[in-house]
Ligand binder design. Structure first.
Ligand code: HEC
Length: 174
């Protein structure tokens, strides 16, 4: 009887220590979905933070058509698809790029590097991107990638000596 008990104890110990392969698999199984879930939660937090940052830093104001004039009513699925409205000044006429397409061709590290040193024509506030932390830039990247590709490319830049088609906003000469 005592001998049998000892034998049982030994098996239980071995199971607890993972010495018997079956117990290793059994112990591992719940860990995998938990790790996946943690990764999913982390990435949905990133997307959420990106959504917040894009909203408060005003990217939609220019990169989403009519966002400023409708009080930000554009449904999220149609946002950041670029602007048809030109911004004309001494620099020529610029058009806010379709960011939904722009981010499809860009890796995350490439984006961080670009954002640090980017300079573009007015009225793009590139200096705001230059000032952002890598963590914030990553969140914005995750959010726009999460939205996925949509829309078509914005109209091409028009040089200062050429008359752009309507509609455009005219800035004063500086
Ligand atoms: C006041 C209007 C305005 C706002 C606000 C704005 N942009 Fe822009 N953005 C533009 C315009 C116009 C261009 C095109 C500039 C050019 O042609 O040189 C541009 C260009 C860019 C580019 C360069 C794309 C390329 O092809 O090189 C990136 C990236 C970008 N914007 C991201 C953002 C992000 C992210 C935000 C929010 C933090 C933002 N923009 C806010 C107007 C704006």
């Amino acid at each position: 009887m005592l001998k049998q008990l000892r034998g049982l104890l030994r098996i239980m110990l071995a199971l607890a220590c993972g010495a018997i392969p079956v117990s290793v698999n059994a112990a591992d199984a719940p860990a995998k979905p938990a790790a996946k879930q943690a990764a999913r939660q982390a990435s949905s937090k990133q997307v959420e933070r990106g959504r917040y940052l894009v909203m408060i830093t005003g990217c939609n104001d220019c990169h989403t058509s009519n966002f400023l004039t409708t009080g930000g009513k554009t449904p999220e699925k149609d946002r950041l698809t670029g602007g048809e409205l030109g911004w004309r000044g001494p620099w020529g006429t610029t058009y806010p790029v379709n960011l939904r397409l722009f981010f499809q061709d860009m890796g995350e590290e490439q984006w961080i590097q670009l954002a640090k040193e980017i300079q573009r024509r007015p009225p793009m506030p590139y200096f705001s991107l230059n000032a952002m932390s890598a963590a914030d830039l990553r969140a914005i990247y995750s959010y726009i990638r999460y939205l996925g590709p949509a829309g078509k490319a914005a109209p091409a830049f028009v040089p200062p000596d050429k008359e752009p088609p309507q509609p455009y906003v005219q800035f004063p000469k500086i």
